[in-house]
Write a protein that binds this ligand. Structure first.
Ligand code: HEC
Length: 104
């Protein structure tokens, strides 16, 4: 028991922190990205049509092949016809953690 408790506490907090990141990232995504990229990363067809651009699924191999730094940069600074979304660095990090969960 003496050894179990610290181990349990460690695992609990490690997992808790990880879960919080993704949950916070999802909140940011829902607020700032969902209207164009859809709840699951599949593009909103009406937006793609309006912006006259092909939008890939954010969970596609092509998008998921990008590094965390690239995804962060594209989200914050924009990419192609997409304007950047102003985010604090911590929020952008959580957001990328959430984008990884969209992987198909
Ligand atoms: C106003 C609509 C809009 C919003 C809001 C938006 N995007 Fe986009 N996003 C686009 C469009 C359109 C493209 C395609 C741009 C192009 O290829 O010219 C794109 C492209 C991307 C790409 C590159 C995908 C690829 O095929 O390589 C990523 C990554 C991305 N968006 C992430 C995000 C994230 C994360 C957010 C929220 C912080 C976000 N976007 C908010 C419209 C939007």
């Amino acid at each position: 028991m003496k050894m179990t408790l610290p181990l349990f506490t460690f695992l609990f907090f490690s997992f808790g922190m990880f879960a919080a990141d993704v949950a916070a990232g999802k909140a940011t995504y829902d607020k700032s990205c969902k209207r164009c990229h859809g709840g699951d990363g599949a593009a909103n067809g009406a937006i793609a049509k309006m912006m006259k651009v092909e939008m890939r699924h954010l969970g596609s191999k092509e998008v998921q092949a990008k590094s965390d730094a690239e995804l962060k940069k594209e989200s914050v600074e924009g990419v192609g016809k997409m304007k950047g979304v102003a985010l604090a660095d911590g929020d952008a990090t959580n957001l990328v953690a959430f984008l990884r969960t969209l992987k198909q």
